[in-house]
Ligand binder design. Structure first.
Ligand SMILES: [Zn+2]
Length: 274
């Protein structure tokens, strides 16, 4: 599935939602929930960046424009270290049911903000919270996006459908079991059980990696600096990186590299067949 010598593509994403996850998605505006988001900018992001540096692992950061505007230095630092900056809404709003003109306006403004702050114009999208809007694929095509990463229709990349047909946009599928949020977010209202043992989550992710390795496919993890950045969890992520790195033929890549490699090989295969 991948270019020569690469048996499995391992690609890590960090959705840098910060406070916006709490005030927008969970509608919680009081100081304590907001501080849980702030933890991502004050503590989590630095632990994540240090860990990635230590192992030379490139990653993709999905950043709402709100985060870029309010945690500007942290977002600049992500880009300075060579990671990919991707699009993740304006202020963590859901686009489900949103009018296309509004979604377009938010996208125009947010792409400008991200480019101004980080120097990178995003070509990857992840809708909030993994819920792609009906109009979003049209906008992704209009704005020249290379890939989306919001759908759950396979384990490995596929073409994002538009009007029931394959588009030229690559879908890098996600899964809730490959996301830190359902395992670790505890909250009373709305109730979220969270608080899983990092060892337990390590075991799930290790087995998922083993499956991807056996098949020679894609291993894509979604994490959040404010969630995975806590002490015991970042230690677990380090253990997982060490485990994966023991294998032959692991390709550590940003999402954009995976999408472009897969796209090139699909197109080569189609040419060879015609
Ligand atoms: Zn998010």
């Amino acid at each position: 599935m991948w270019s020569e010598g690469k048996r499995v593509a391992v690609t890590l994403s960090f959705d840098f939602d910060a406070e916006a996850l709490w005030f927008e998605t969970f509608r919680m505006n009081t100081p304590t929930p907001l501080s849980r988001g702030e933890y991502g900018a004050r503590v989590g992001i630095h632990r994540v960046l240090s860990l990635l540096d230590k192992y030379g692992v490139p990653a993709t950061f999905f950043i709402p424009a709100w985060t870029a505007e309010h945690h500007t230095e942290e977002c600049k630092e992500v880009a300075r270290r060579g990671h990919e900056i991707a699009y993740h809404s304006h202020h963590h709003e859901s686009v489900v049911g949103m009018r296309m003109e509004i979604e377009r306006e938010l996208m125009v403004h947010s792409l400008e903000v991200l480019e101004k702050v980080t120097g990178q114009r995003p070509v990857g999208n992840r809708s909030v919270p993994f819920d792609l809007g009906r109009n979003t694929p049209y906008l992704l095509r209009e704005f020249g996006f290379v890939y989306d990463s919001s759908l759950m229709g396979a384990d490995d990349p596929y073409w994002l459908p538009i009007d029931g047909k394959d588009s030229e946009i690559v879908e890098l599928p996600v899964a809730w079991e490959l996301d830190d949020a359902p395992f670790f977010i505890f909250n009373f209202f709305p109730y979220m059980p969270g608080l899983w043992s990092p060892d337990h989550v390590f075991e799930i992710w290790r087995q998922e990696f083993d499956g991807a390795y056996r098949e020679g496919g894609l291993f894509l993890l979604t994490m959040h600096p404010e969630i995975i950045g806590h002490r015991a969890r970042i230690a677990m992520l380090e253990r997982l990186i060490q485990y994966i790195a023991q294998h032959e033929g692991v390709w550590w890549a940003r999402h954009i590299d995976v999408a472009l490699d897969w796209k090139r090989r699909q197109q080569q295969a189609a040419q060879a067949a015609s």
